[in-house]
Design a protein around this ligand. Sequence first.
Ligand SMILES: [Fe+2]
Ligand SMILES: [Fe+2]
Length: 270
Amino acid sequence: MDIQREINFWVEIMKDHARFMRNGFDPTEDRFFDEAHEFYKRFKYFTSGSERGREGDEKLLILQNLVLDFVGFKSRVGAGIQACKILSILPAEFIFHIRREAMFFLGILARLRGGPRLTRQELNIPGQGLATTVPQVLIPQLRREFREIAYDELFFWLEINYDHAGVLAMYFRPGQEEYMRETLQWERQIKGLYDEVKRAFYASRSPEPFIPVSINMMKQWEHFLQKLLNDLTCCTIPGKQMNIWPRIVDHMIRENNYFLEVLEILRRVR
Ligand SMILES: [Fe+2]
Ligand SMILES: [Fe+2]
């Protein structure tokens, strides 16, 4: 995807995160509800076209500051939930997961226009130093960084995806045990691949063989998520609903698609 599409993709992801947070708070948490909704509106304003006419760089700067604020908000809310000071149906780990995604986006923005880069440690990626966080369109131009980029992307997105499976599994209802079993299998399978990649990384092997393997696995995982999304939007899942919004499954599919696009680019340039 080109730069504009990539930014739009990430802004849509940020809008969803704000809405998930907003809709997860206990009804008494008015202040946090409002704050989350405010973030949603600020990101929405950003894609509504009202920013058109400004210089591209100025636009990116505004976006960068907004994402930075949002990361801070997620940190506060995650810590608040953890300390039982903020009530929400979303676990703190969920908030830390979406914070990590926002930080990855920050890294991409920094790669585009300068600004705070993220360390691998901050993104929970094995290895030392700054994470590569390259916008898709720049990957083919950075052949010398192929190994670092491939490992960073594999580690980041495989972890994101097995997290998704683990989160989903928490929200099935009685009668949906088959779905829950399958989802937990996906968590184990993706985590298994992640561990293999980790062993290869520490043994200084090439990340190349993991690219086609990941493409295969992520396509099947997507197929599973599509079936679940369809069952949720058509209410054909046993019991008609699960205890989470259908949008979350759609969101996971879009993040997985982004990863699949990165993998296809890596396969072409290796
Ligand atoms: Fe997300
Ligand atoms: Fe995610």
